[in-house]
Design a protein around this ligand. Sequence first.
Ligand SMILES: [Zn+2]
Length: 178
Amino acid sequence: MENLNGIQKLELEFIIQNLIKMDIILNDKDYALFDYTPYLLRGSECEKPKKLHFQLGQVVYLQHTNAIGVVIGCIDEVGEELRTDMDGMVGFDDLRPVKMSDFSLEDVRFQAKLKDEVAQAIYEEAVKVYEKTGQSGVFDFALDVGVNEYKHCEPCDTSSPTADGTSCLVCGSELEEE
Ligand SMILES: [Zn+2]
């Protein structure tokens, strides 16, 4: 590591960040009441931009309204706004990728089915993370996606993260109530 220059170090950090960074993407059609235009350029329909700050179907936290929503369309990379199922158009600066811990925020609003679907998406990703990096990788991943619930897991012989409160994110075993 010492032999790397600053730029290489930054690149390496970026790669590592992306290995564990995860956008939670669901099917936007399950959350949209209407067919919205997916991508806009100054209000007019356009092709999918090469670089997107937020993806269609991505689960996001809306800071102003204290809500968790799904991006359902009208993503305008130039105007920096988009539409979620919880609101009208929202500016990018009001949004960030969701974390599991957001569901425990006081008075936070979200569609009833959303929490289970996000937990399921996190679980599916954790399986892939485990295959690549093993148990410690899943612990890092859990921190990264804001999983803040831990319960004792018999097979793992330790306190393990759980996204849905019932199964171990590392090995999938059912966890006992403490
Ligand atoms: Zn386990």
